[in-house]
Ligand binder design. Sequence first.
Ligand SMILES: *Cc1c(COP(=O)(O)O)cnc(C)c1O
Length: 361
Amino acid sequence: MSTVLNFNAGPAALPPPVLEQARAELRDYRGSGMSIMEMSHRSQEYEAINARAEATFKRLLGVDAGYRALFVQGGASTQFATVPMNFLPPGGVADYVVTGTWGEKAIEEAKVLGGANLAASTKGGNYDRVPAGGEIQLSPDPAYVHLTSNETIQGVQFPEFPEVGDRPLVADMSSDIMSRPFDASKFALLYAGAQKNLGPAGVTVVLIRESWMERANKGVPTMFRYSTHAKNNSLYNTPPTFGVYLLDLVLGWVAAQGGLAGMAARNAAKAGALYGAIDRSGGYYRGHAEPGSRSNMNVTFRLPDEAAEKKLLAEAQAAGMVGLAGHRSVGGVRASIYNATDGEACQALASFLGDFAAKNG
Ligand SMILES: *Cc1c(COP(=O)(O)O)cnc(C)c1O
């Protein structure tokens, strides 16, 4: 088996024990004589997986009564539209705090459907930070306030979330869900495509406060109503069964690692190793994000010129470290170090960066 150190941005690394278990159960799921992929989503086996995944998701986030976790399809990009379809009323306005590329995409979808107020944007600084609380201009009575907890492309993460009073708070947490503890009960809704921190591409998780769900717009087509998926336990139509199965295994793995507190400690050490290498390079590496907004999931930086960046990426690849090219829209280098990337991979990359700067700086 050939192994690499996988720094892909998404789809991304999965925990090795999860992949091993999936392989062991692939042909015969627990004595059923068939694969999970081959059985009905109405089977007892699958219903147990589905129910356990919802329960574990809510338990890890510390919410229970009053919330539902839904497993849907279409990626986070579909949620950019589904949120305003359900919660932006005719003539209403929703507030968006935009700190990077994904937030830009989210507000564009709201504008298709109604009024969207750019409550704050850090575009002026090329999205190198999150706004201070005082910079956020909320509407008096918005339908909701939307933010992106971690901007995957720029590598900018909210260290804590802004106060929004009693306005419903909505977040795209695609690239940092389950990476640290936070107060999920402050959110009316949060969503995440699974392919960064939760599992394979094809499943999207939505956590929604039930009392808010009841206030959704009428006249939304069936598949786009959150209430459809809640009433049917995410089994209204055929769900991505193998994806939910893997998601359930990943959630079990997170729980076994000490839950969100365990993940946060691991992730802080991993990111610390890489930012340490950047900060010790005497300016050879230039981190994109301001220190107070640095992401513990996506470490983004530039080198003195593009030739040096190309050389670094080629040498990293030769050393078995893959997925490090920055997003095509920003260039440079991006190390994505989601939950499943282990500390040893980050240590190896940090020492590679130190050696590379010493040789080329
Ligand atoms: C990857 C990503 C998306 C897009 O997710 P899809 O599942 O491809 O639609 C949206 N938001 C954030 C923060 C992401 O990291």
